[in-house]
Design a protein around this ligand. Structure first.
Ligand code: TLP
Length: 346
């Protein structure tokens, strides 16, 4: 059945599969605040094993995963070092500052990834006037840089500098499995150098809700308290974790299809007038492109919507499209002529 609407706004819009709905209906549950939900425990153990960490914690969202990780690893008044385009800095409602009481130290990067030199330069010296650096955060894949991927070695180089200074490292791996599939490397390789890592089952992996934070037992014990503090202690939440298990077991390898669709979309867009996209930079499921016409991004969004194609402007001259399991080849082949029709008039 062809899709009525082609929705390229985000992979967060994916709908749960029938296998997920069945697993949710059958899930064995208990009170997870009492640590008595067997399905949650299964997902946490599975996630920790995939990421090579001691244990995991199921949380409501990627935002909550990042928040509990930051708060658990810092003290109020400290500073966290991150890329200026990072999700934590731009799209998490300043939660680290409001709830963690930390100051953010954003650094401009070319592709979203801090270099070891940048981290070395950002870590504060000991001085009575100056905040203490409490955490370095990295993001992989990188959302605002069009799903760019960094290698496990890139992460290890940054972590080595931070650790030498006694500073822990957090990885926002909301789309970590996209990075793993794109580079053909196990997810645990990306997680090995960092102290905490969070990934989402709710994006390209298709589960309706949830993320898992992984790290040492000691870190997760602190994160569990912070999760409770922010209202994330949920009860018979195995009904949600059950979908996450299906996501991890069955939805990872197919991410390669989303990457191929994104590449095809980018190649098609690159051929259209007034649209600029660097096809070589499209490594995973996100395509960000520039529109060289005043008001053009809004026009393209409206024109596409009129043709039942949903896309998202992330700036006055910038559009983001995200491929996912509910978008197929036929949808891409339908979107491209629609974009061509709209831009032909420009
Ligand atoms: N990103 C969403 C929006 O918030 C922008 C999207 O549509 O891409 N880290 C990264 C790198 C993310 O891209 C996101 C979500 C999160 C964290 C937060 O995850 P949720 O939405 O589950 O809180």
């Amino acid at each position: 059945m062809p899709h009525d609407v082609v929705d390229l706004r985000s992979d967060t819009l994916t709908l749960p599969t029938s296998a997920m709905r069945e697993a949710m209906a059958r899930a064995e549950v208990g009170d997870d605040v009492w640590e008595e939900d067997p399905t949650v425990q299964r997902l946490e153990a599975m996630a920790a094993a995939r990421l090579g960490k001691e244990t995991g914690l199921f949380v409501a969202s990627g935002t909550m995963g990042n928040l509990v990780s930051v708060v658990s690893q810092t003290r109020p008044g400290q500073e966290i070092v991150l890329d200026a385009d990072s999700h934590i800095f731009n799209y998490e409602v300043a939660g680290s500052a409001v709830i963690g009481g930390v100051q953010t130290h954003p650094i401009r990067t070319e592709r979203g990834f801090l270099s070891p030199e940048q981290v070395a330069g950002a870590i504060r010296p000991s001085n009575v006037h100056i905040p203490v650096t409490g955490l370095v955060c990295v993001e992989n894949t990188h959302n605002r840089h069009g799903g760019a991927v960094c290698t496990p070695e890139d992460i290890a180089a940054v972590a080595a500098v931070a650790h030498r200074a006694g500073v822990p490292v957090h990885l926002d791996g909301a789309r970590l499995f996209n990075a793993a599939v794109a580079l053909g490397r196990p997810a645990r390789d990306f997680a090995a150098p960092v102290d905490s890592v969070t990934f989402c089952v709710s994006k390209g992996l298709g589960a309706p809700v949830g993320s898992v934070v992984c790290g040492t037992r000691d870190f997760i014990a602190r994160a569990r308290r912070v999760r409770k503090m922010v209202g994330g202690g949920m009860r018979q939440v195995g009904v949600l974790a059950a979908a996450g298990i299906v996501a991890l077991e069955h939805m990872v390898d197919r991410l390669a299809e989303d990457h191929a669709d994104a590449r095809r979309l980018a190649e098609g867009l690159a051929a259209l007038p007034k649209l600029r996209v660097d096809v070589a930079r499209v490594q995973t499921n996100i395509v960000i492109f520039a529109v060289d016409r005043p008001g053009g991004a809004a026009e393209l969004v409206a024109g596409a919507a009129a043709r039942k194609i949903k896309i998202h402007a992330i700036g006055p001259a910038s559009i983001r499209c995200v491929t996912h399991k509910d978008v197929d080849d036929a949808d891409i082949e339908r979107a491209l002529p629609a974009f061509a029709e709209i831009t032909r008039a420009w």
